[in-house]
Design a protein around this ligand. Structure first.
Ligand code: F6P
Length: 345
């Protein structure tokens, strides 16, 4: 292949993106294929912000968080003008293939750009949320879980000292993977996830029972998109609108804590982990997974396996059709959540 491979990172950043970019560049070099890095996701392809990535520009990048290319939540499919500019830049920069590193939104765009607009695209799934269908795990997730687990460990000791309920709100968008994993690892007494609407009466009953049994402290992990069961909804329409805003989800932990205090007169404190979960150095696991996906994506390009993403199946990297993951979300495995429930109360 004489043309260039372009690579872009889109959507929220996550630890491991630079390791994936480095994997792409190093594997492409073996084939003598030059790689162009595209700035700020799809926006860079629209604006023509592409620059060569070399062995030296990606050197040592595997341990750095964020993305050396920058990112955006730009959707190239929203206007005819954007599509025309992409077509123009694709030719101008001599692209032969594009590797798109993204989560649900970015990879759904990639699927349409391949199927309806004919671009030669290979996807690489990433996100701390682990909610991309068709891959066992996404890189970024392990790092986020490690950070959340460490926070829970630290909250445990102060909760115990002060006889408090510690509510820990974690990210995850519409799925509860981070909450479930970090909750199991950190020994949470209760985990609330979007997949299982919660009842305040049950939460309070459980906390009170713990207190009566001589355990006057508790750790409650709350995924940011957790919702009250319709039978026991306590949110006003304004609160609902603010907490579950698509642009920025957050705030349910605070309300759960206040309700617990009101109902059972126990001191409750809230910790919102926020962007700490997304920033900084990736774990070794995430670096290795991202590197393997980057290398595999280039091999897919050389084999002409477009319209697919490199994905993790068990311990192997395989190919998965983009149209089968597009506009879908992977929710928490009920069997995994049953394991978490063994430790509730
Ligand atoms: O998808 C990753 C994620 O960090 C979610 O967990 C969170 O809801 C969202 O992104 C936050 O996005 P933003 O960076 O746009 O605030």
């Amino acid at each position: 292949m004489e043309k260039y491979i372009g690579v872009l990172t889109g959507g929220g950043d996550c630890p491991g993106l630079n390791a994936a970019i480095r994997g792409v560049v190093r594997r492409a070099l073996i084939e003598d294929i030059p790689v162009l890095g595209i700035r700020a996701g799809w926006q860079g392809l629209i604006d023509g912000r592409l620059e060569p990535l070399t062995r030296y520009s990606v050197a040592g990048m595997q341990y750095r968080g964020g993305t050396m290319l920058g990112t955006s939540r730009c959707n190239p499919l929203t206007g005819e003008e954007s599509l025309q500019r992409i077509q123009h830049n694709w030719r101008k920069f001599g692209l032969g293939a594009l590797i798109v590193v993204g989560g649900n939104g970015t990879l759904s765009c990639a699927s349409t750009m391949y199927a309806q607009h004919g671009y030669s695209i290979v996807g690489i799934p990433k996100t701390i949320d682990n909610d991309v269908p068709g891959t066992d795990y996404t890189f970024g997730f392990d790092t986020a879980v490690s950070i959340a687990t460490e926070a829970i460990d630290r909250l445990h000791t102060t909760a115990e000292a002060h006889h408090r309920v510690m509510v820990v709100e974690v990210m995850g968008r519409h799925s509860g993977w981070i909450a479930t994993f970090a909750g199991i690892a950190g020994g949470a007494d209760l985990i609330l996830i979007p997949e299982r609407p919660f009842r305040l009466s049950e939460i309070c009953e459980m906390l009170q029972k713990r207190r009566e049994e001589g355990r006057p402290f508790s750790i409650v992990v709350v995924a940011e998109d957790s919702r009250p069961h319709p039978d026991e909804d306590f949110l006003t329409p304004e609160q609902r609108k603010r907490i579950y805003h698509e642009e920025h989800i957050g705030g349910i932990g605070q309300l759960v804590a206040r309700k617990i205090e009101e109902r059972i007169n126990i001191s409750a404190r809230v910790t919102v982990l926020g962007y700490i979960q997304r920033g900084g150095t990736p774990t070794a696991y995430d670096r290795v997974l991202a590197t393997r996906l980057g290398v595999h994506a280039v091999e897919m390009v050389t084999r002409g396996q477009f319209g697919m993403m490199a994905s993790l199946s068990g311990t192997r990297i395989v190919e998965f059709p983009l149209d089968q993951m597009a506009n879908r979300s992977k929710t928490v495995d009920p069997e995994l959540f049953r394991t978490a429930e063994v430790f509730f109360g």
